[in-house]
Design a protein around this ligand. Sequence first.
Ligand SMILES: O=C(O)CCC(=O)C(=O)O
Ligand SMILES: [Fe+2]
Length: 325
Amino acid sequence: MKIINEEKYPWLAVRSTYSTAQNNGDSIRSFLSSNDAIEAINAANKQLMRTGAVYFPNFLTNDAIQNAVKELEQRENLAYTTDGVHTAYLRNVDHSQFSENSVYNHEMPTKVASTAFDELSSTSVLRVLYHDPRLLKLLSAIVGKTLYLSDDPLGCCSVNVFRPHYHHSFHFDESEFSVTLMLQTAEDPSSGLFQYTNPLRTHDNHDLALDATATALHLYDRKGLNGKELSENNMSFRNSGDSGSGHPSLHTLDFQPGTLLVLAGSKSLHRVTEIRGKRSRLVAVLTFASRPGFSNSAAVQTMFWGRSLRPRKDVQDQLEAPVVK
Ligand SMILES: O=C(O)CCC(=O)C(=O)O
Ligand SMILES: [Fe+2]
C-alpha cells in the first residue's frame, strides 16, 4: 500500500527499477533534485518562515487514511486523557521570577487524549511513514537544516484523540518542528479547528516573547482570560512576521483528512478549538528536532501520556559521550 500520495506529489516518488540497497541509496540521494521538487520546497520554506506553517493537502493516500483510522479506532480506548491546565510554555508556573499576572504563569485548560508511539502496531502506517527517509529529507529541505527523528519513545509519533468537548488551549510545543496529519475531522466542521499565530518566538527557547504571547491571548482567547489583564500586554511588540500591524495574526488551517501540516510549533502559538458532534477528531503528531537525541521532558510526557518513558540509555550515552578530537 502506498502511503504518500505520489499521484498528487509526483516529485516525491522515488524511482527505482529494481530494489537493491545501493539502488535505494542512490534514489534517496537524488531525491528532491528535480525542478518541480526544488520549486515546491522553496515555496514551502517561504511560507513556513512567514506564517509559521505550511501544509500539503491530500498528502496521504485514501488507503493510508482508512488504514490508520481503523487501527486507531481499535486502540482509542488505550489513549490516555489529560484533563488539566497548562501555560502557553508548557512549563511549571514560576512565581519567583514572573509576576502573578505574567503570561508566563497564566494557566489554561486542555482536555485531549493521545495514543502514544508504543501503542501503535509494528506495521502501523504512521510508524512506517515516520521512518520513511523521504519524509525526513523533505522536512529538512523545507526548514533548511538537517533534522533528526525524535528519540521520545512515547511522543516521537503519537495521535491526538479529541472526543466531543475536548480542546487544546494555546501553547508552544517543546519540539521545534511538528508535522501533523489530519486523519479524521470532527463531525461539526466549525469545531475542532486548528489555529496558529505567525511565529512569535524568534531564536531559541530562551526567547519567551512574553509581550507577543500576552497580546495574542488578549486578542484571541477572551474566554480563557476571563477578564484578566496580563502584565506584559502592552500591545506594542514588534515581530518580523507581522510587520506593520503590531498584532499577531491568527490563521485557521483548512485541515482535511490526508492534509500534512509542517508547523514551527515552538515558535507559533497554536490551539485546537472545542470539538462538537459525535465523531472523534484524530490527528497524528510526528516530531522532529535539529539535534539528535531529542525527547520531550518527563513532565510533558506525563501530562500527555500519563507516564514517562525516557529514550534508550545506549542512545543517550552515545550522545553524552565527550567528543575526542
Ligand atoms: O491536534 C492538533 O491539530 C495539534 C494539537 C497540538 O498542538 C499538539 O498536539 O501539540
Ligand atoms: Fe502543539
